[in-house]
Design a protein around this ligand. Sequence first.
Ligand code: NAD
Length: 283
Amino acid sequence: MTARILDGKVLSAQIKDEVTARVEALKAKGVIPGLAVILVGNNPASEIYVRNKGKGCEETGMLSRTVRLDEATTQEELEGQIEALNRDPEIHGILVQLPLPRHLDENAALAKILPEKDVDGFHLINAGHLMTGTEGVVPCTPKGALYMLRSTGEDLSGKEAVVIGRSNIVGKPMAMLLLQQNCTVTVCHSRTKDLAEHTRRADILVSAVGKAGFVTKDMVKPGAIVIDVGINRVDGKVCGDVDFESVSETAGWITPVPGGVGKMTIAMLLSNTVDAAERTLGK
Ligand code: NAD
């Protein structure tokens, strides 16, 4: 079997088209959706992500602002910037680019963002909404991964889903979204015993580990939908967690890296920002 490709470029373009139309409609009502990204220090990977986010805003007609803070910024200064953006009516979405320098408290900073402007969906209020299945902001990467899964047209209900990774930004919210789709969900992590025994049962396998070549053909059930969230660099080249070539021979569907989930993350960020701008209309 040769897996069908879940193309992040095509799927993210669909979302961006929808976002562009919604931005136009908002502009007609006098609202320009605005996204602010706070970047502390000069981590090269973060620089690339922030640039891509700015590009996404430009393509869809949104306002984009980058707040650059020095590596030595204090917690107080960072939180002061967040509070200023909370008050700024031009800004509908605020994102603090992670990771922050080690001396800064990530959780304390994220908690300062107004939940309705928290377009990354990392605030405890939004995490609580996801946990309880009530309306809130859903983190962009798992939201994008779910969009890809749904684009297969397969009925997800009752499927065995295995998520590798239990981070707050990918693994855990992904598991919650899959539960909402009525999947039977297993979350695996670094202490899981006999990982392959779990993954081989998976109709849906999501890998969010951060290790190149981690998921191999023998770990994948024939016909499974394989979503590769990992972003790794090997010899200067970007690749995922999944050994794409061999796993493509057995999976039913697979996401490439690059050109997979990463593209969806940015599209969902734009979508979450338009949602936030639309919510201000009724106020
Ligand atoms: P993380 O380091 O917080 O989490 C990694 C998880 O992998 C942990 O929960 C850990 O338990 C698990 N793990 C580690 N070794 C394992 C092993 N041997 N067996 C089973 N599980 C193991 O990372 P994260 O922030 O969740 O990101 C994961 C990957 O996804 C990274 O490569 C990251 O760059 C990528 N990522 C991609 C996007 C995107 O837009 N595509 C967004 C966020 C993160």
